[in-house]
Design a protein. Sequence first.
Length: 324
Amino acid sequence: MKAIQLEKYGGPEVLQIIEKDKPAPKGTDVLIQIKAIGVNFADIARREGQYVIKTPLPFIPGAEVAGVVTEVGENVTTVKPGTRVVTLIESGGYAEYALADSRGLIPLPDGMDFENAAALPLQGLSAYHILKTMGRLEEGESVLVHAAAGGVGTLAVQLAKLMGAGKVIATASSSEKLKLAREMGADVLVNYTEDGWEKQVLEATDGKGVNVALEMAGGDVFQKTLKCLATFGRLVIYGVASGEQANFYPSFLMARNQSVIGFFLPQIMRKPELIHSSMKEMLTYLSQGKLKLTIGGVYSLEQAAEVHRLLQSRQTKGKLILKP
């Protein structure tokens, strides 16, 4: 089979196509013939050696895959070859075939294509649990979503509204991206490349600040987002896309009973009851037309390096998909 592998950390050019034997499923694992692969900022962090946990080398990136089960391990009783599924795996997704634990498989609803299926799990589950589990969003509260035209952002805007948010404030770097955020349901649009964008956020909340903020840039964006937080507000960090860590003084939070919370999806994955219930809810929204997936582009597996360049350029909208 073909796969994309990195043997050293670095820029997109370290992603090299290789030939290797298909893995054989054992125990509770299944072998999936991959039809679509979701590309994420976590893949870039893995490639650069900047991921939350150490990335061993050589390494085949890719955590989000949709495809068809072709073989099953001897202890698998819940799924058969031929089943269309989507799942999250630790690694190995940038390939024609990959192993996955049968207990984490999600059967695809009738009529859902592989590209849309691959666009949902990682960013959908992230958006859902950043808002609900970590952000503890309550009906009527205000939400600030940075990078609102991105994969997590477009879903977070929609899910916040579906969860009953009173006002969703979306930030992005261009008028075109802000237009997309508006189409997703955002109430207030803010261009974060403009000086003083944090003042616009405060004005939109009558000076009170937002109840929940989603932050994944780090550096100066983190500092300004903290200034946008309401009393009892919750700021959830789920990335450091700028590569810049922020200086943070915890005592700043005391005056207004604010919280800064970290989010890492693999920890949520250790709680199957959270995953299955939230995926069921999101799939229901999809089938009812209440949740829209934005596919920013579909590329061949061989174009993985170029897709990484596009994602890091901040010029993309929605989800980028690779197809073997």
